[in-house]
Design a protein around this ligand. Sequence first.
Ligand code: ADP
Length: 187
Amino acid sequence: MLGLRHYRGTAVDLFQGDITSFVCDAMVNAANTSLRGGGGVDGAIHRAGGPSILEECERIGGCETGQAVATTAGRLPAKKVIHTVGPIWRGGHEREAERLQSCYQSSLHLAAASNLLHVAIPSISTGIYGYPVAEAAKVAMQTIRSFCDDRPQALRRITMVLFDSETYKAYQKALFACFPEAEGDET
Ligand code: ADP
């Protein structure tokens, strides 16, 4: 398979397609602070999952940038949706990388704490929020690697689900740069 690494007991892989039809335990949503739904992947997740997701989001009331909260997954092929709020890209001088890193960290810790062992994540912040995809892919992969260092075997599989081929290629490059071990290697 193109784009698979095994690292410290967790498989890290890439899939090109629509996250709303991807079977997993925790489906991560690139939400906004209001948690009221929006465009891009957020809109797609709410449309496919149905109104129970929004109802729970409204009860929670909101989420800060870099944080993550879990709700029901409604009709989606997942046990839970984890909503995380990525930073809006403002040129790179407003701690965007740190806040994007926090999104991945919070989402992965929340999944592990809830025993959701297969996590699917879209490319947070690189759509409407304008984060340059090559930079965002590096942050994603470095954060996934440090999570696996800190919490070996806490998750079984982390899949980055990328919508288009340009985004897929950027994450593939970052995956190989961050996990240079040969495919299938267990380190
Ligand atoms: P943000 O507001 O965090 O930038 P977007 O939803 O606008 O979030 O974009 C984030 C990424 O999600 C982009 O790469 C976009 O192409 C992708 N995306 C949009 N719809 C889907 C989907 N159904 N499944 C997976 N990725 C999607």
